[in-house]
Ligand binder design. Structure first.
Ligand SMILES: Nc1ncnc2c1ncn2[C@@H]1O[C@H](COP(=O)(O)OP(=O)(O)O)[C@@H](O)[C@H]1O
Ligand SMILES: CC(=O)OP(=O)(O)O
Ligand SMILES: [Mg+2]
Length: 398
């Protein structure tokens, strides 16, 4: 059985085609800059060179059509007919309280996902475009949605409730949900396997530090707490998102700057975080480069980013009354030697002892970066949300 996994963003669409016989990736790629003047499609089939096409791609329906053309390509493709795709699995960021596990897409499921648009404005509308685009291009195919929020549904009330009037929870489901759950679940399981200990005997902190970033305290293989909340805005400082702040800033800046609700929302989601403080980029690579060249704002942005992450780690050690494994994953977590070094060097009080040399190694493998005496094991575990989505899709459709 072949499963196509889609992670649709507002202007991008990432895909991987899996053969579930051996969970191998037949082809993968991404379309970037959808809706802009020139879109870029990058496609790769196992054992063949990567190809790039620059084209105008106005919407997600066209993007999916292009992806299918690539998958069927005589030279660069991996299948001969679309009928060789048996099901499609989608990442959906917000599943609210309605979805605590993956489901097959129906009209009812689509209605529920649409109700959650307000709560994940950068994500859910884009996922819906991906689901609709598949429906248009591959009419009768079975589609499955896998939610970022599902894994965190195990959080206890003391973690998921906000200390505000309970009527807001009862009437509008205002609570903390947490995101990147597919990734936190995957890396926590892999970490337990890596150190050869049962997951239900471990206290772990998983740091998913990508463009969006969140960390989670995991006990008995379940989320005790996680840094994102009602929406993916709470918690850590991110590429373009503020993370935690005093909620009074919202009405205060609205008054002072004469902003609308939409404008403040956009400021906090799209124009804050690394980009706001560095004035350079939301991309950690560029921030680190500028910092290396002596840029003061880039240095401050990095310091704030690292400090806020480290404070969460400290809080979660207290929340769990201990820590066995600290895990770094996603774009920044897997690749930034400097971020891991800066964080770990200042966690010695908790028994974290970084092996500076192991931390410098650049690799896409799962690896330990703490010394053999370190009380807390520090691991880098490359995340694989796509594989988790393929497995969930397979489980539901087979
Ligand atoms: N070598 C590197 N050093 C530091 N940061 C990196 C490096 N490579 C990638 N990144 C960071 O990873 C981020 C993307 O992470 P990723 O997990 O792919 O995000 P998303 O899935 O949310 O798009 C980029 O914004 C970039 O800042
Ligand atoms: C939930 C979330 O923040 O996702 P991403 O990191 O893909 O933006
Ligand atoms: Mg990601």
């Amino acid at each position: 059985m072949n499963i196509l996994v889609i992670n649709a963003g507002s202007s991008s669409l990432k895909y991987q085609l899996y053969s579930m016989l051996d969970e191998s990736v037949l082809s993968k790629g991404r379309v970037e800059r959808i809706g802009m003047e020139t879109a870029i499609l990058t496609h790769e089939t196992a054992g063949k060179p990567e190809i790039r096409e620059v084209n105008e791609i106005l919407d997600h329906t066209t993007a999916i059509r292009k992806v299918l053309e690539m998958l069927l390509h005589k030279e660069h493709g991996s299948i001969r007919a679309v009928s060789e795709i048996n099901a499609v699995g989608h990442r959906v960021v917000h599943g609210g309280e309605v979805f605590s596990s993956s489901v097959i897409v129906t009209d009812e499921v689509k209605r529920e996902i649409k109700k959650l648009f307000d709560l994940a404005p950068l994500h859910n509308p884009a996922h819906m475009m991906g689901i609709d685009a598949i429906e248009i291009n591959l009419a009768a195919i079975l589609q499955v949605v896998v939610f970022d929020t599902a894994f965190h549904q195990s959080m206890p009330a003391k973690s998921y409730l906000y200390p505000i009037p309970m009527s807001l929870y009862h009437k509008h489901k205002v609570r903390r949900y947490g995101f990147h759950g597919t990734s936190h679940e995957y890396v926590s399981r892999r970490a337990a396997a890596f150190i050869e200990k049962p997951l239900d005997e471990l206290k772990l902190i998983t740091c998913h530090i990508g463009n969006g970033a969140s960390c989670a305290a995991i006990v008995n293989g379940q989320t005790l707490d996680t840094s994102m909340g009602l929406t993916p805005l709470e918690g850590l400082m991110m590429g373009t998102r503020s993370g935690d702040l005093d909620p009074a800033i919202v009405p205060y800046t609205m008054g002072k700057e004469d902003l609308t609700l939409n404008e403040v929302n956009s400021m906090l989601n799209k124009h804050s975080g690394l980009i706001a403080i560095s004035g350079i980029s939301s991309d950690m690579r560029e921030v680190e480069k500028a910092m290396g060249e002596g840029d003061k704002n880039a240095k401050l942005a990095f310091e704030m980013y690292e400090y806020r992450l480290r404070k969460y780690i400290g809080a979660y050690v207290a929340a769990m009354n201990g820590l066995d494994v600290l895990i770094f994953t996603a774009g920044v977590g897997e690749n930034s030697v400097l971020l891991r070094q800066t964080v770990c060097r200042q966690l010695t009080f908790f028994g974290v002892e970084l092996d500076e040399e192991l931390n410098q190694v650049r690799s896409s493998q799962e690896r330990r970066i703490s010394t053999s005496q370190s009380k807390v094991q520090v691991l880098v575990i490359p995340t694989n949300e796509e594989l988790m989505i393929a497995r969930e899709t397979y489980r539901l459709v087979k």
